[in-house]
Design a protein around this ligand. Structure first.
Ligand code: B3K
Ligand code: ZN
Length: 850
């Protein structure tokens, strides 16, 4: 779906900028509805092109005046920007514009949130601040003056002057406009200090609104750990005298890596034991690290154009995953990442929103900050590292930083450093960046005369950008075990490059048990015939922790599918295996908790659909409920003793050890609550001194159809805590029975503390509704209708968040004709909305068109 107002932009049309920027001076006179922005930009002709057209992007700006080399000019202004006659050689552009931060609810550009000014410029928000070449390959040195009566005035770089009512900042590192940031408000800071290994003293600050100052310590510690880790592991030091983090309540995503001034959704910074869960702490640590790591992978080396987004995002996600694995447990991190990848990225790759890791076209780039670009983008880096080895990876990265520092780069530049380091030809590997879809690998095995052979076959479904897919390079890690559980062939990396390929292992005494795709060495769907016994054997004995978990997962999945689709009763073999694992105190508690988690409703729907069946969301929900009851019964005598043994006592710590034990006791409590009428959960709720246990108890109760008393107590206790109340909104919708989910969500929107201008609150209700699969897909269609009603209300307020949430409908073709019809009707309604945003229009169009 494309039209004149929403043109499609193509990678193949890239041309270099006609004009480069040497430096920029910006001055802001802040006022809620009439902020004045003056800009002074020194332009020079780009020697790499003869194109001299002059166009500055600018949207929703009121131009007050413009001048070139001090002489007033009258540019031709359109809704997208302006053009004007310019000299042949270098010149100075000056402009003054007026903008209205207070009415900017889209949260892109300069906006106000609870009385503070904040910015979000990535990807194309700077053009809502002033006229400028708003593209990442124009990098410039920025100097910024802010005038306001507010006490705290921040921008990028180092502070060079301040006085009553103003501050001036200078960032010596050339950067694209998308990394510009400004914050002004009545903020308090938690100060900190870091000395880099070459001796630079860096002032650190976490800035928050009054009342939140007791929730910053963890973020500060996470920042220091990240700074140390990047020095130790990647040899990367921080490069300014100050590093500021600011928490903002109204924010479209997690956080933003603006140079020297990272701006965060308050949910990704603020944490105290009483208000944040273990999962929140872990997420905060990972996001702080992610944004900090962008200083090198994203800021010092940025993207030539937005099609190269994975260059910074895939690499930075990969780096933050390495960091978390080092800080916590490597297997647990890998398992969690694969769960997330399969849950979000495989779903995207398998439906109408599938796109390559490096997309080749878009209408609205904000729609491509996706699981594919981020998470599959990180998997691609992981595969590259596996293929070349750790040493070559480290050398290639050193070369990347040396060769490209200060540049705006492409995936070709990235792969070239690996080719130059290793002498490898990566042209086939590059297909991972251009072919959408999740490869399916079919595996069969042979055994004869001491030789074991594995036969692999890869297929990739056609997607709009390419019908005839070529085989990709798949690093396939495999180990072989004997029947005693000893490893007869340790983990070996097979380079699987053909459509079909066989690999042999000779000189074996007995037929081995294969442990394929260890550590999930490639983002593929592995299909193979494997006996129940072999899966149970791997669950008990695999030396690769990921595959041990995977074996349990596959057993759970086939047991559940047998119940949902085949009317079978819960598989006792699976239940007994699970019991052995859960009661084995030699195993990491968090690993055991992960093993207790069943495949999600959406995973099961996807599995059924892959097998050519039509998933029935209600039957899936009932199957999971029945399995959980069967787990509670099989583990019955073990549950309470295990819970008592692992319950953490003493002061709260968010470290991986105690957090892992709380994950296990939380999983146990949810089973106990299915059979004890809620007594244990009510007791935990009462005695909990931390949010993990308080919310865990509440969730267990709600999941068992109990907990109305605690729900009321919770709201009374936390009425003033925005982030805690988001959890309260969320759990009710998440655990609502399918036939009530839409009604519960609707009821919550009628509360005075529900608001559409805060994305966290909106997501708490409607993100949870989309996650509650049986509720969202309830046969009445109430879930679909409510979702569409609210997306249509949100679109004029905040197009970015609306567009993102449309993905709730991306799986519509999986379902029966009635549901398909109802979802289509809602998508058509959204598509027909008068004045629909480009963001939402593109998403709905893609979902419907495929
Ligand atoms: N780079 C930002 C994301 C910007 C999203 C714009 N819609 C955060 C991150 O990935 O670190
Ligand atoms: Zn990022």
């Amino acid at each position: 779906m494309t039209d004149a107002a929403n043109p499609t932009i193509y990678l193949k049309d890239y041309t270099p900028p006609a004009w480069l920027v040497e430096d920029v001076h910006l001055a802001f006179r802040l006022a809620p509805t009439a902020t004045r922005v003056t800009s002074k930009v020194r332009f020079t002709p780009n020697p790499d092109t003869t194109d001299r057209r002059f166009f500055l992007e600018g949207e929703q700006l009121t131009l007050i005046r413009a001048a070139i080399d001090g002489v007033e000019v009258s540019p031709t202004v359109s809704p997208e920007g302006l053009t004007c006659d310019v000299p042949d050689g270098p010149f100075t552009w000056e402009a003054e514009v007026e903008i209205s931060p207070e009415t900017n609810t889209a949260l892109e550009g300069l906006y106000m949130s609870n009385g503070m000014y904040s910015t979000q410029c990535e990807a194309q928000g700077f053009r809502k601040i002033t006229y400028y070449p708003d593209r990442p390959d124009v990098m410039a040195v920025f100097t910024v003056r802010i005038e306001s009566d507010l006490p705290v005035l921040l921008s990028n770089g180092n502070k060079q002057a301040e006085g009553p009512g103003f501050a001036e900042w200078h960032d010596p590192w050339p950067k694209p406009a998308y990394l510009f940031a400004l914050v002004a408000g009545e903020l308090l800071n938690l100060p900190g200090q870091f000395t880099t290994r070459s001796g630079r003293d860096v002032e650190l600050n976490v800035w928050v609104r009054k009342g939140d100052e007791d929730k910053c310590d963890f973020a500060m510690e996470a920042l220091k750990k990240s700074m140390t880790w990047d020095e130790e592991v990647y040899g990367r030091e921080y490069d300014l005298d100050i590093f500021n983090i600011v928490a903002v309540d109204d924010f479209n995503m997690g956080a933003m890596e603006n140079k020297g001034l990272n701006i965060f959704n308050s949910s990704a910074v603020l944490a105290s034991p009483e208000t944040a869960t273990d999962a929140n702490f872990e997420r905060i640590e990972a996001i702080i690290a992610h944004e900090y790591f962008h200083n090198w992978t994203g800021n010092r080396i940025t993207c030539r154009d937005w099609f190269q987004l994975c260059l910074k995002e895939g690499l930075t996600v990969f780096r933050d995953a390495q960091f978390t694995a080092d800080m916590r447990s490597e297997p647990v991190k890998r398992i969690s990442d694969v769960l997330d990848l399969r849950g979000r990225q495989f779903r995207e790759d398998g439906g109408p929103l599938a796109h390559p890791v490096r997309p080749e076209s878009f209408q609205e780039i904000n729609n491509f900050y996706t699981a594919t670009v981020y998470e599959k983008g990180a998997e691609v880096i992981g595969m590259l590292k596996r293929l070349v080895g750790d040493d070559a990876y480290a050398r290639a990265l050193d070369l990347y930083f040396d060769r490209h520092d200060g540049q705006a780069c492409t995936i070709e530049d990235w792969l070239k450093v690996f080719e130059d380091t290793t002498g490898r030809d990566l042209s086939q590997f590059k297909l991972w960046y251009s072919q959408a879809g999740t490869p399916r690998v079919d595996m069969t095995e042979d055994w004869a005369d001491g030789t074991y052979t594995v036969h692999l076959k890869q297929t990739l479904r056609p997607t709009p950008e390419c019908a005839d897919k070529k085989p990709q390079v798949i690093p396939f890690a495999i180990g072989l075990l004997d029947r005693s559980g000893a490893e007869v062939v340790p983990t070996t990396l097979l380079e699987f490059t053909e459509a079909e390929q066989s690999f042999t292992f000779e000189g074996l005494a007995d037929r081995p048990v294969a442990s394929p795709l260890r550590g999930f060495s490639a983002p593929v769907i592995l299909e193979r015939e494997v006996t129940h016994e072999d899966r149970a054997f791997l669950l008990a004995h695999d030396t690769d922790p990921f595959n041990r978990w995977e074996a349990g997962r596959q057993l759970a999945k086939s047991a559940l599918l047998g119940m949902i689709d085949g009317g079978q009763s819960p598989d006792q073999g699976f239940l007994d295996g699970l019991r052995r694992l859960v009661t084995d105190d030699s195993l990491d508690p968090e690993f055991r908790a992960l093993c207790m988690g069943l495949p999600s409703e959406d995973d099961l729907a996807q599995a059924l659909s892959d097998a050519g069946r039509t998933p029935d969301p209600q039957a899936i929900w009932a199957g999971r409920q029945a399995m959980r009851l069967a787990m509670a019964d099989t583990l019955s005598g073990d549950l309470q003793p295990l819970y008592d043994r692992h319950r953490v006592t003493g002061p709260y710590s968010p470290d991986a050890g105690p957090a892992g034990r709380r994950a296990l006791t939380g999983a146990l409590l949810s089973l106990i609550t299915l059979r004890d009428g809620g007594a244990a959960a009510a007791a935990q709720y009462e005695t909990a001194d931390n949010m993990t246990e308080q919310l865990g108890a509440l969730s267990s109760l709600l999941a068992a159809g109990l907990g109305s008393l605690q729900l009321g107590l919770f709201a009374d206790q936390w009425a003033g805590e925005r982030l805690v109340m988001d959890k309260w909104f969320m759990v009710q919708v998440a655990h609502a029975r399918p036939e009530l989910a839409a009604q519960v969500a609707q009821g919550l929107t009628e509360r005075p503390d529900f608001t559409m201008t805060n994305p966290n609150r909106f997501r708490a209700v409607f993100g949870a509704l989309a996650m509650n699969q049986a509720g969202f897909h309830h046969a009445s269609g109430a879930g679909y209708r409510l979702m569409a009603d609210w997306l249509m209300k949100l679109d004029p307020v905040n197009p970015q968040t609306t567009a993102r949430m449309c993905s709730a409908f991306q799986t519509w073709r999986r379902y029966d004709a009635d549901r398909q019809g109802m979802m289509r009707e809602q998508l058509d309604r959204i598509a027909g909305l008068k004045g629909l945003s480009r963001d939402t229009g593109e998403m709905v169009g893609r979902i419907l068109d495929a």
